[in-house]
Design a protein around this ligand. Sequence first.
Ligand code: PEP
Length: 249
Amino acid sequence: MRSRFVAGNWKMNLSKEEGLALSHSIAKQEYKKGTQVVICAPYIYLDELAKITSSNSNVSIGAQNCHFAKSGAYTGEIAAAQLKSVGTEYIILGHSERRTYFGETNSIIKDKVDAVLDEGLKVIFCCGEVLEERESGRQEEVVKLQLQEALGHLDASSMKELVIAYEPVWAIGTGKTASSDQAQEIHKMIRVWLADTYGSDTAENTNILYGGSCKPSNAAELFAQEDVDGGLIGGASLKADDFIKIIEA
Ligand code: PEP
């Protein structure tokens, strides 16, 4: 049985004081058994957030990126091992903002996936098409290529450390959510790809999240879809009430 999984991506938002208060509110809540909550915060808060969330076994800490090298002369970068040393369990990779603003290709993301798995951490892998690709009906082809080029080299046992987030880029931060049918269609396609590539156990056990303007008012309908196991939440993860309502959905 797959867990239910909700991750919050704070992006480059919140002061330290605001972030600590928000994580206290999330950590003090009780969640249903089998619910995994991850708070993906700016690097500099992770150390303290990990201490706050250690009181709640349903809540873990995640980073929003890392470098692909183990260590070395990469000024301004952070290695997976460093993130692990402060209590980080998950790392988001392949987010569309990293792809768009920082030129991350499927090949760079593949190297980052390997670096994170080598450290024994877990990956929240993001994929999704831009508006133009959706409008020309190429969404399945685009997502499949992202999966194939960044994850296709892994074996089934490594896939246990991965969560996949389908995030149509046209829905991220825009207020435009994919319909539950549109989300289910791609989630199903991803599950079929997992089955074809790694076998049916991997397909059945991998969490596939939806991301893109998910909020308390639409979370329940999206999460009710057969292949939607939870969400990756941006804007609505910055307010405790909204984020907790989404987790409860
Ligand atoms: C995201 O950035 O991963 C995201 C889903 O953002 P939002 O919920 O704000 O659309």
